[in-house]
Design a protein around this ligand. Structure first.
Ligand SMILES: *Cc1c(COP(=O)(O)O)cnc(C)c1O
Length: 393
């Protein structure tokens, strides 16, 4: 094994930093045939290559490698299998108008990934170097990005603890890998409102817990309640928290509600980042775009420039949702996230009854549709907005 350990000025050894300039690329001898885009199911298709780099407590980050996609070989005692120091990100590369792949605010994903890693005591890494490596991987795999609208390459950066010992302790070793998968639009044949079951007896997150980080261990406990909701005929769970039944998230999406005010304006509400809410990039982008609409920096398509959007990060309870619905003021509710962008909510099962939301021809209401159109235009590079869209070369 090549020793990457370096000496500092005192002559002491210190572990190597993650360094994209050392990247080694070993291309597959034979490339896989591209599947028909319509046949793609989320996360099922594996491309030709992956990125991998390992951390050793003495030598630090190894030489990063892009190599043919394939299995990992790990000691069965590895802490990732036992204590779950596993973290991940979800991002997408879109085909730009010039054919070059583009990432959406990728620095934010890198920052969130290091915060997640820190939360489970995995080793830190240089986020700029990881982003450069991901850009190279996307460039290598760019033939996998379907050119049809709504299609993209889903990117899954992952860090797992690889300390091969059973003691209950932080993993001092890690494997960082990135796999990618071509993906189609979440809704095929037009956006369709989803049904939710409001669930308070099982919690996705709680004060002082880890719900504000993208840790693998946050998701498995949701699978059983999700199965129960599906049996009752609901597609996803609206996760409630606390005695006052505050809404937190929808499945693995952040949630927004739009309430008509007496003065004709809209209140646009989403729960605050109090540690129980995953700080979604789509959520932050939606908040920024509603503010840009108010200042006139950009107009959300389908929304009058004079329509003010009073966006607030504030707790929302089920009692409020029920009251707004009965008063006819609950005009829109939607989930947001990288996979779906914006998903309209049509029905919420709560305490044995269904709360029915207004139906819109487009599936999404005017606010959800305006946000969806603006976000997707920025993602594919049709609309410039700050440095939100970043090319991979
Ligand atoms: C990833 C995720 C989101 C959405 O985050 P984006 O950065 O917008 O993709 C929301 N909630 C949960 C629980 C998530 O894991």
């Amino acid at each position: 094994m090549a020793v990457t350990q370096t000496q500092n000025t005192n002559g002491e050894a210190h572990p190597a930093e993650l360094n994209a300039s050392k990247l080694v690329i070993n291309l597959a001898n034979e490339l896989k045939p591209l599947p028909a885009p319509e046949s793609l199911a989320f996360g099922e298709t594996k491309t030709d290559h992956m990125l991998i780099v390992n951390y050793d407590p003495v030598t630090g980050w190894s030489t990063p490698e892009i190599k043919p996609y394939g299995p990992l070989i790990l000691d069965p005692a590895s802490s990732c299998f036992q204590y779950c120091p596993n973290v991940f990100e979800g991002m997408k590369a879109y085909a730009g108008p010039d054919g070059k792949p583009r990432l959406f605010r990728p620095q934010k994903n890198m920052e969130r990934l290091t915060r997640s890693a820190e939360r489970v005591a995995l080793p830190p890494f240089d986020t700029n170097e990881l982003l450069k490596l991901i850009q190279r991987l996307v460039a290598v795999e760019s033939r996998w990005i379907p050119s049809q609208p709504g299609y993209s390459l889903y990117i899954r950066p992952t860090v797992i603890g690889t300390r091969a010992a059973l003691g209950v302790a932080a993993s001092d070793s890690a494997c960082l890998y990135v796999i990618v998968s071509p993906t189609g639009p979440y809704f095929r044949g037009g956006t369709r409102p989803i049904s939710l079951l409001a669930v308070g007896e099982h919690a996705r997150s709680w004060p002082g817990g880890t719900g504000g980080h993208k840790l693998g261990l946050n998701y498995a406990p949701g699978f059983m309640p999700q199965r129960l909701a599906a049996k009752l005929g609901y597609e996803q769970i609206l996760w409630l928290l606390g005695d006052d039944k505050k809404i937190t998230e929808v499945g693995a999406m952040n949630v927004f509600v739009a309430i008509k005010r007496d003065d004709g304006d809209l209140d646009v509400l989403t729960p605050p980042l109090d540690g129980t809410i995953l700080p979604g990039l789509t959520r932050a982008s939606c908040i920024a775009l509603t503010e840009a609409h108010n200042t006139g920096r950009l107009v959300l398509p389908g929304i009058s420039p004079s329509q003010k959007l009073h966006t607030a990060e504030c707790p929302v309870t089920m009692a409020e949702i029920v009251a707004w619905s009965e008063q006819g003021r609950l005009v829109e509710a939607f989930g947001v996230g990288t996979a779906v962008v914006v998903a309209p909510i049509g029905r919420i099962g709560f305490e044995g009854k269904d709360i029915i939301l207004p139906i819109y021809e487009a599936g999404l209401g005017p606010l959800g549709k305006g946000l969806w159109e603006t976000l997707t235009a920025i993602q594919v590079g049709k609309l410039e907005y700050d440095d939100w869209s970043v090319k991979c070369e």
